[in-house]
Ligand binder design. Structure first.
Ligand code: F1P
Length: 290
């Protein structure tokens, strides 16, 4: 399933953009102090959104994995992201918050407990997935939230039309170690890229804020590595990495969310090459419940 789900992202993003207008009634208003919660992929989308919202001047925005929302912090609104609507940590956080702060959840499935535990919900059922590995739900949520923040996704969608079929970087499938680097909102995308590679291909992957990579992580880079930038690399870093013999991938003119599609495809291709089923990764279920 995952291959079709990856390829459907341009269409899903169009639908997400169309949904942003009606969702605006329940999403954070400018000036509100907001916390965004999720687990795994959904946490990484929360990170990207938090950085974008705060950067756009709409208000202080913090992202947490669902267990780590500080108990004494005061927020005007809490946003949760959960495809399944059943993730234990997200439901526990919503229960703790009930009656204390308005909550809004973005989910794929309206018939789940998250609907009762949230004050408001935005349902992206068109982006739901059969694969355990999340691809289009996560990016569609971010497409909706970016639109709500005032971004025009036309360029991102047209870049995505390219990246669903564009050849993967030559030699990438033969490499052994993958490092993803981002800055600002693309740190969340770098984290997600690394998780996708772990889940679908059981690869050794790392992710860092771009300049942080120079403070130690760079030591692992050699001729067997891929170093992949999401967004624009800081001045000088690209040259420095290039000298280490790694395969360096960097498409700064492209929307980073569209570039993530190539990484999703690489993860599936490497996984398939290892005889893995990318729809059902080892030790992972569609909904992680305790
Ligand atoms: C999030 C999650 C994903 C993971 C896998 C299982 O759940 O743990 O991060 O990659 O797809 O689900 P959800 O709360 O978004 O359903």
């Amino acid at each position: 399933f995952v291959t079709e789900e990856i390829a459907s992202q341009p269409d899903c993003w169009r639908r997400a953009v169309a949904l942003a207008e009606s969702a605006a009634a329940v999403l954070p208003r400018p000036g509100e102090r907001v916390a965004v919660l999720g687990c795994g992929t959904s946490w990484f989308m929360a990170q990207a959104y938090a950085s974008l919202r705060e950067g756009s001047g709409q208000g202080e925005t913090d992202a947490f994995t669902a267990t780590e929302l500080p108990a004494d912090r005061r927020y005007d609104r809490v946003v949760t992201i959960t495809r399944s609507g059943t993730t234990t940590e997200v439901l526990a956080a919503l229960t703790r918050l009930h009656g204390r702060v308005p909550t809004v959840s973005l989910t794929a499935d309206p018939n789940t407990p998250v609907m009762e535990r949230s004050d408001e919900t935005v349902v992206l059922d068109f982006a739901d997935e059969k694969s355990v590995v999340q691809t289009r739900f996560a990016t569609s949520v971010l497409a909706l939230l970016r639109t709500h923040l005032g971004a025009d996704l036309t360029g991102a969608i047209s870049d995505a039309e390219t990246t669903v079929t564009e050849p993967l970087p030559v030699g990438a499938t033969e490499r052994r170690q993958f490092t993803y680097l981002g800055a600002g909102w693309t740190i969340g995308l770098a984290n997600e890229a690394a998780l996708k590679m772990r889940e679908a291909s059981l690869s050794w992957t790392e992710a860092y804020p771009a300049m942080e990579y120079r403070h130690g992580p760079m030591s692992i880079t050699d001729g067997s590595s891929v170093v992949w930038f999401l967004g624009t690399p800081p001045n000088g870093l690209l040259d420095e990495v290039g000298k280490l013999g790694a395969l360096v991938v960097c498409e700064p003119a492209r929307d980073p969310m569209a570039e993530l599609i190539r990484i999703q495809r690489l993860a599936v291709e490497i996984g398939a090459g290892k005889g893995l089923d990318p729809d059902r990764p080892r030790n992972l279920t569609r909904s992680v419940v305790l």
